[in-house]
Design a protein around this ligand. Structure first.
Ligand code: FES
Length: 120
């Protein structure tokens, strides 16, 4: 296969995207005394419920929302990640959730003050 054929195949293999943005939010709940901690023990559920309602009310279908399991950084929670950018957020108040929704999910502007920089 020539280089030109390979380039053509790569150009043709552009996947259609279901969503403009896709949110994964960790709903894992462990007991408060569990040594790993959890997003749920750090108050995640009401925040994600609020975000889910905002997205549902929007009705545009541009934003996907998936209730996720543990994403591996439990003590840092509550954690959510927004794709395609791969931005991890740690909101702690309803106002934080509202800001992420309005600024990043709808307005294309990342909310730097709520970004979590994680490393493996
Ligand atoms: S419990 Fe949420 S990242 Fe592990």
């Amino acid at each position: 296969m020539s280089e030109t054929e390979t380039e053509t195949q790569e150009e043709e293999f552009v996947l259609p995207q279901l969503y403009k943005r896709h949110v994964f939010a960790c709903y894992t709940q462990r007991p408060p005394t569990h040594p790993r901690g959890s997003c749920g023990a750090n108050g995640a559920q009401p925040l994600w419920d609020r975000l889910g309602k905002l997205i549902e009310a929007d009705g545009s279908g541009e934003i996907g929302f998936t209730a996720a399991g543990c994403m591996g950084f439990c003590s840092a929670g509550p954690l959510m990640v927004v794709y395609p950018e791969g931005v991890w957020y740690r909101p702690t108040t309803p106002e934080d959730v509202d800001e992420i929704y309005k600024s990043h999910l709808k307005g294309d502007k990342r909310v730097d003050r709520l970004v979590m920089i994680l490393s493996r």
